[in-house]
Design a protein around this ligand. Structure first.
Ligand code: PDD
Length: 283
């Protein structure tokens, strides 16, 4: 079945949708994206995703010409038209089409593309993610959710070729992020995740989990941690709009803790799903 996608004001069957070969998203990755989860037909934490979209656009001086309400309406329309139950919505805004020239075009006419991706999402997990560690090859502004994702493409491909579910990126032995996720560790009575900075994307799922993390009885500690600490952790946890909250049970073939999905990860996932029934922790 063909999806209905959104391109610059129009809803079209996916095979009829196109953008120009001169689009700066295609030529320069001069573009910003977001991925919002949909669980049981409900958009999760969409307000926070759109706030991050606005911030990313501001940081690269890309003027968004759609209001938050208009963008939410397009999300809802795509869910409706595609009968989406579980999965996500991908949104990309680019600086538009113009003859190839590095500097911004005089005429500002951004391109907006959105589409749904159906995916089965189960509250219960039968097994945890396996991770492969790779050096983080990305640029210096990882807080901007740019479509320049070649480093992550290579990281996640290396993970897939090693039979792993996700890459764990590190810089000089200090963990930055997953290939497309935030990484946390549990040690003793602490749940640890690194502080926000230009070195990492400010995960919306991270922000959501932080609203209830201490319901587990563990203390949140915001600090960087090393790959060795992750290997020695009681639990490793992944968060992203595409994974929700997932236990990770192996890094480079080395089991984490007892090698089974950990209780903290499972509890955080359970609460995430409870909150999803009302549109997420952040709304
Ligand atoms: N990626 N860090 C990186 C590098 C990411 O690409 C992502 C998400 C996250 C988690 O952010 P959030 O919790 O807001 O999804 C952290 C999306 C899902 C993707 O690229 O498909």
């Amino acid at each position: 079945m063909s999806r209905i996608v959104y391109v610059n004001g129009r809803y079209l069957p996916e095979h009829e949708a196109s953008v120009s070969i001169f689009d700066r998203g295609f030529l320069f990755a001069d573009a910003i994206y977001e991925v919002s989860a949909v669980i049981n037909g409900k958009l999760i934490d969409v307000g926070a995703h759109l706030a991050r979209l606005e911030r990313s656009c501001r940081e690269i001086k890309l003027e968004l010409t759609w209001s938050g309400d208009e963008l939410i309406a397009i999300h809802e329309e795509l869910i409706e038209r595609n009968g989406l139950v579980d999965g996500g919505i991908y949104l990309q805004v680019t600086r538009g089409a113009a003859d190839r020239n590095f500097t911004f075009p005089a005429q500002r006419k951004p391109t907006l593309v959105m589409f749904t991706q159906a995916r089965s999402i189960a509250r219960k997990v039968s097994r945890g993610y396996t991770l492969k560690s790779v050096p983080d090859l990305r640029w210096a502004r990882r807080d901007i959710k740019s479509t320049a994702l070649l480093a992550q493409v290579l990281a996640k491909q290396a993970a897939a070729e090693a039979g792993c579910d996700e890459a764990l990126m590190h810089e000089d032995g200090v963990v930055t992020e997953g290939g497309s996720s935030t990484i946390w560790i549990v040690k003793g009575r602490s749940i640890i995740s690194r502080p926000l900075s230009a070195k990492v994307l400010a995960g919306i799922t991270r922000q959501a989990v932080l609203t209830y993390v201490e319901e587990t009885g563990f203390t949140f500690e915001e600090r960087a941690f090393t790959l060795q600490e992750a290997l020695d952790a009681d639990e490793v946890i992944i968060t992203a709009a595409t994974a929700m909250v997932m236990p990770a049970t192996e890094i480079d073939g080395h089991p984490i803790g007892d090698g089974q999905p950990g209780p903290v990860a499972l509890r955080l996932r359970d609460i995430y799903f409870d909150l999803a029934e009302r549109g997420g922790a952040l709304g």
